[in-house]
Write a protein that binds this ligand. Sequence first.
Ligand code: ATP
Length: 215
Amino acid sequence: MARRIGLLGGTFNPVHIGHLRAALEVAEFMALDELRLLPSARPPHREAPQVSAEQRLAMVELAVAGEPRLSVDDRELRRDRPSYTVETLESVRGELAADDQLFLLVGWDAFCSLPSWHRWQELLTHCHLLVLQRPDADSEAPEALRDLLAARNVSDPLSLTGASGQISFIWQTPLAVSATQIRQLLASGQSARYLLPDAVLAYIQAHQLYGAPNA
Ligand code: ATP
């Protein structure tokens, strides 16, 4: 039986309910066997001074604990430099059966910047693209993507067939929360409670991340 696996990359600095609800809703809607959150490595100088890659990973692990549809894939953090998405996809593919379906989730903005990605024309040989689109968004694709969309777009995401090669859109209202907002709240001594799982907030407090006072 072919498996259906989704990947959601991000810095998750820290992971929050916006990421988690988006991931869970896509996993349920698409009937995925597994949706993996994939924390990305950041160049060392871009790590927030007191938050390491290991701590970002630990927070994602706490966030998905007990939710069987969500998991964490730490392969980008195990490399010694930030990975190109195409390399990550090659690596994931190498562990799957040929007919397993792989879905890469990308936001609309990321999708529009696709032509600037390393070896971007190869991405669809490894996965399908699920473009997360806000219902109110203006979705005129850039010129460079029109031919690709004309050739690969499937209007119903549940009709994507085969292991890879197609693009579809999922319309989803994102929760109004960002990691930037959470970092700012914590740095100014305000509560970030309910914007992220309690276990993640407890971890942040225990390790005094983002300027949060020890609980
Ligand atoms: P920052 O505020 O630090 O830029 P962020 O909250 O946007 O971070 P990222 O780690 O950059 O988080 O996001 C990872 C992925 O999750 C991206 O594809 C992003 O579009 C998506 N995402 C971020 N916030 C939300 C949200 N509130 N709802 C749905 N998806 C989100």
